[in-house]
Ligand binder design. Structure first.
Ligand SMILES: *Cc1c(COP(=O)(O)O)cnc(C)c1O
Length: 897
């Protein structure tokens, strides 16, 4: 007997409009599969035994002594080690598990409370959660029964008694790098704030085995290595083998012969199945016993077996195929603001959306409410278009499995979802070719066609005269080599609210990419929620000295201000107080030394900066993903220009003092990963490192100018880097950065900003005052005209930029070949300078000169600006964002204990 054909590899199942792919013969049918966790859910302990359970309840530790007992328990039993072989890593594991015990106790209570009260819940679907480290954050957030205990200090002392240093123990933890950059970090800040605000909320994502790659710099080039972050296990996750859902791909659709309509219940016969298994991460709120859940899915093979293959002696083959299931959750795609269109990525998206929705529905069904109450109980937020398939999956579940009428189902769907847009850049907007899509998800393609059909009918009725409108707003884009599904349009049509992430960005989406939808749905569907960051991690954890000074100044010894950040305005009264200014500078100096130590350790033990002049050296920092729109190239061009000017003065025989007056001490610090396939971004990294090589070793320059690229920028590095900044750069081409969040992190740590009028820089300026930020450059409303000019009118470069281009072309910084950096020069000179570096360069240089002047000649003014920045940063707490989402989009209330 021949083996059945595999439906998972054939490429001929290209879907035609409204026709189901031809059912392949002999496809095995798998029926009768029940998720195993259903057994666990009804396994309640009988009443007569409950007293015994309650008597023996596990208790949280709340003293150094009880922590030490837990710690030793975990060392000896969980880790099977002893006092003879307990290293820092074992101490980290034991500490984490002891803390986790406490969190799990509160987590259980929290979830029990939610089950009993059954409030409306929020589900935050994000393909990325850039969590960073968990232990220090848990120590800060964890609540003990005694209000007066500072858990972190208690554990520090307890560890000290046991022979360990907290700082060394914390250093053992690998970052959970399950994200690329801002979008993933936003999701991490949001789960912290949702827990803190007592919102009944769960995050849903993927438990990637490999997070964002580790970046090494070799001979100036970025080299990627895999981030196998689970190598030493993960103390923070709870593996839930009892929570599993089957997920199906490929196959074909069947319908009752009596009812051929795609709107009627249909049966999708999948060709490949795997399991989604839940891993739970407790998310503790700050100063509350509320502990929320982040549920991440891992793909595993099913235990079903293809006997046809087995009988044919293809045992190995059949095992191989099963093993491939695990690849679905194996790796995070390392692109930031760019979509690649790989089938495995779409598989990840469906795998995660399907498992999450079944889990959400299972929870909803526990309370035995009718479907009409679903939207009173469930709000789902889509972090970008990555989870848009959840819209289609919910419609499929309601129509095909729950047998609801199409329109009744669609009404539920659209009232459940809300969509957050994160970009207007074309290359980042998700589109899927219908061939690839229909092959993987044939039933979902039918449903999308039907959603589109009803939508376009409504549009045609409402705007009968606008003939182009239908093709402009259709979910299906025609005209290219292949028709494509526009995921953003599907997300808008399937949601009740759409939000941008900063005011400028939210206005831009309404007037550009989603303009037609504003006309169709009305403006009230489109709204803004300006991003924010959690002050627990980005102030208290990252900058303990600043936290201390704030506590002392506000007479708030327990850092309660972190729940009410606008109260920091009280700092403003000390902005000009010389004594307070001195304390403020001491904190900054401490943080600069901490960063100098890090840079030294990354530089083979050689100091990068002149320690003697550390207060007098401006730390100018740009750390973020490397992208042409973020314009690290403009920053390094500015550094080159400064270098060339210093060289010129030296050549003219100017005395050092005069040069130092014009170009005072500065260290230019860069950090960030490039997508592995992004040629130009990688060349920019190489340029930065090549310029560093030349400048740092030039005796004419000495310690006046240093350049350093910090490899492997991630959350734990950010926590060291950001508090050390005097100045940070947020210099994207106007209209390209949706919000930015590191701008907020820097301001929260008393760093000043040089920035363009883009993203949340606009609101930052409004909040902290325009005197306290260095803005420059063209405005977003002029970008279109400027680009047009570049295309059609030959323009001369400004002289400053011209000499920088000349130096690059002459090979001053080249190490490999003279023309090494020609592609960078060409984008500016010959390829239309899409990111408008030449238009903003002169104003950038002039603004940097102003920065130097204030920093070096008006120190007290500078410190005042720094204090006023922190005093007015309150708006950017992610607690404020979560309140706005809860009130204006989710319609949910906090549930207090
Ligand atoms: C905050 C953060 C980002 C986002 O930075 P932007 O400057 O807003 O792009 C990226 N990576 C890490 C590690 C971060 O902490």
């Amino acid at each position: 007997m021949a083996p059945p054909p595999s439906t998972s590899t054939t490429n001929d199942l290209i879907t035609e409009k409204h026709s189901s792919p031809h059912p392949p013969k002999l496809t095995r049918r798998l029926t009768g599969f029940l998720p195993q966790e259903i057994k666990a859910i009804d396994a309640t302990i009988p009443l007569k035994s409950r007293a015994l359970w309650n008597k023996n309840q596990v208790k949280k530790f709340d003293t150094a002594d009880s922590f030490q007992q837990r710690f030793i328990d975990h060392v000896e039993t969980t880790l099977a080690r002893s006092l003879y072989n307990c290293d820092d890593l074992a101490a980290y594991d034991a500490t984490s598990m002891a803390i986790r015990d406490n969190l799990v106790i509160d987590w259980n209570k929290t979830q029990q409370k939610f089950t009993t009260r059954d409030p409306k819940r929020v589900y935050y679907l994000s393909l990325e959660f850039l969590m960073g480290r968990a232990l220090d954050n848990a120590l800060i957030n964890m609540k003990t029964d005694d209000e007066n205990t500072d858990s972190r200090e208690m554990v520090r002392n307890a560890l000290d008694d046991l022979g360990f240093k907290l700082e060394d123990v914390l250093e053992q933890e690998p970052d959970a790098g399950l994200g690329n950059g801002g979008l993933g970090r936003l999701a991490a800040c949001f789960v912290d704030s949702m827990a803190t605000e007592n919102i009944p909320a769960w995050g849903y994502g993927i438990r990637y085995q490999y997070g964002i790659f580790a970046q090494k710099i070799i001979n100036g080039y970025q080299v990627e290595t895999p981030d196998y972050w689970l190598n030493f296990g993960n103390a923070w996750e709870i593996e839930r083998n009892e929570v599993q859902y089957p997920v199906t791909f490929y196959g074909y659709v069947e319908r009752n012969e009596a009812n051929e309509s795609t709107l009627s219940p249909s049966q999708w016969i999948g060709g490949e199945r795997l399991l989604a298994v839940a891993y739970d991460f407790p998310v503790p709120g700050y100063k509350t016993s509320n502990v929320n859940n982040l549920r991440l899915w891992q793909a595993r093979p099913t235990t079903e077996f293809d006997f046809a293959k087995f009988n044919n002696g293809e045992y190995q083959n059949s095992v191989d195929q099963q093993q491939r299931a695990e690849s679905v959750s194996a790796v995070l795609y390392p692109n930031d603001n760019f979509q690649q269109g790989k089938e495995l990525r779409l598989k990840q998206q469906y795998f995660w959306c399907s498992a999450s929705l079944h889990d959400i529905i299972r929870r909803f069904k526990k309370s035995k409410r009718p479907w009409s109450e679903f939207t009173d109980q469930v709000a789902i937020q889509l972090n970008d278009t990555h989870p848009t398939l959840a819209i289609v999956e919910l419609q499929r579940i309601l129509v095909d499995l729950e047998k609801l009428d199409w329109h009744e189902a669609w009404n539920i769907v659209t009232n459940t979802f809300a969509y957050t847009n994160h970009t207007v850049m074309q290359e980042a907007l998700e589109k899927w070719p219908i061939g690839l899509f229909g092959h993987l998800l044939p039933r979902h393609l039918e449903i999308i066609y039907d959603i589109n059909w009803f939508f376009l009918q409504d549009v045609a009725k409402k705007f009968p005269k606008d003939v182009d409108l239908l093709s402009r707003v259709s979910i299906i884009e025609e005209g290219g080599a292949e028709r494509q599904i526009r995921m953003a349009f599907l997300a808008i049509i399937g949601s009740h609210k759409v939000n941008g992430v900063a005011e400028l960005h939210s206005e831009l989406i309404k007037t550009t990419i989603f303009k037609d939808f504003v006309k169709i749905f009305g403006p009230s569907k489109f709204t803004n929620v300006t991003n924010g960051i959690t002050p627990r991690r980005w102030l208290k954890q990252a900058n303990p000295k600043l936290d201390e000074l704030i506590c002392q100044t506000l007479d708030d010894p327990k850092s309660k201000y972190l729940l009410n950040m606008p109260i920091l305005t009280k700092l403003a009264q000390y902005a000009e107080d010389p004594q307070f200014q001195q304390k403020w500078s001491d904190v900054k100096k401490y943080n600069k030394i901490r960063l100098a130590d890090l840079m030294k350790s990354l530089n083979d033990g050689v100091d990068v900066i002149d320690r003697e002049h550390i207060d007098d050296t401006l730390f100018d920092i740009q750390v973020k993903r490397i992208h042409e729109y973020k314009r690290q190239q403009m920053n390094i061009f500015g550094v080159i220009y400064r270098y060339l000017c210093i060289k010129q003065m030296a050549k003219e025989g100017k005395p050092f003092k005069e040069i130092a007056k014009k170009f005072p001490r500065k260290v230019s610090i860069f950090g960030g990963k490039s997508a592995p396939g992004y040629y130009m971004a990688k060349l920019i990294i190489k340029l930065i490192n090549s310029v560093a090589d030349v400048v740092n070793n030039d005796p004419d320059v000495g310690s006046l100018l240093k350049i350093f690229f910090i490899p492997e920028y991630n959350v734990s590095k950010a926590e060291i880097i950001i508090p050390a900044s005097d100045l940070s750069e947020h210099i994207s081409t106007a209209g390209t950065e949706a919000s930015g969040t590191s701008n907020m992190k820097f301001v929260m740590n008393g760093g000043l900003i040089i920035g363009t009028v883009d993203g949340a820089n606009v609101e930052i300026t409004r909040e902290i005052g325009e005197d306290n930020i260095f803005l420059f450059g063209n405005l977003s409303e002029n970008v279109e005209d400027l680009r047009y000019n570049h295309q059609y009118n030959k323009q001369e470069l400004p002289k400053s930029l011209q000499i920088v281009m000349d130096s690059l072309e002459s090979g001053v910084f080249s190490t490999d070949e003279q023309k090494e950096f020609k592609p960078i020069v060409d984008t500016i000179k010959h390829h239309g300078d899409y990111y408008l570096v030449s238009d903003d360069f002169e104003s950038y240089i002039a603004t940097q000169e102003l920065v130097d002047q204030v920093y070096h000649n008006e120190k007290s003014e500078w410190i005042k600006k720094s204090i006023l920045s922190v005093a007015n940063v309150g708006f950017f707490s992610s607690d404020r964002c979560i309140e706005e989402y809860a009130d204006t989009i989710w319609n949910v209330e906090p549930v207090k204990s």
